[in-house]
Design a protein around this ligand. Structure first.
Ligand code: ADP
Length: 145
């Protein structure tokens, strides 16, 4: 069975994330949405809230699992026997960070490949932090999440 992980903080999950997750589920037998405990990101939703939000909007996708990743992703991948990490790329600005993470993960676990899926044009600008910002200014976030 080919298992992939879609990692992220999903704070909150957006339509951009869901697009990447759906596309990954057509390529792998099982996709684990790995919700990360990221000490470097100032969070808005608790882990439990983030997991529940993802659950609510993925009920129609049969081959996914949602899990919390509180170790190195490379170690987590070994534990769940995943062969791939699937990530979304929005713009060139994502590339620098992802380039570094891919090299690091490969060094830590040579059995895992990282795949990048390009964001469709309508979600290229969309991030969880933009959604949090719009919400904090009482803007309408319905079209994004
Ligand atoms: P964010 O950067 O929005 O806080 P995460 O850290 O949760 O998102 O990102 C998890 C993964 O989802 C990353 O691979 C990121 O590139 C991807 N992703 C986030 N938003 C989008 C989007 N709008 N289109 C494509 N991929 C996205």
């Amino acid at each position: 069975m080919r298992i992939a992980i879609c990692p992220g903080s999903f704070d909150p999950v957006t339509k951009g994330h869901l697009d990447i997750i759906r596309r990954a589920t057509t390529l792998f037998d099982k996709v684990i949405i790995g919700v990360s405990v990221n000490p470097n990101k100032k969070g808005c939703f608790t882990l439990e809230e983030r997991v529940n939000l993802i659950k609510k909007c993925t009920t129609d996708i049969p081959n996914i699992e949602i899990d919390i990743v509180d170790t190195l992703l490379a170690e987590y991948a070994k534990k769940v026997k995943a062969c791939a990490i699937v990530k979304g790329l929005r713009a060139v600005t994502d590339f620098e960070y992802e380039f570094q993470m891919t090299a690091l993960n490969y060094q830590l676990n040579k059995n895992i490949e990282t795949f990048f899926v390009m964001s469709p044009p309508q979600y290229m600008y969309l991030s969880s932090s933009i959604v949090r910002e719009i919400a904090s200014l009482q803007g309408d976030i319905d079209q994004f999440v």
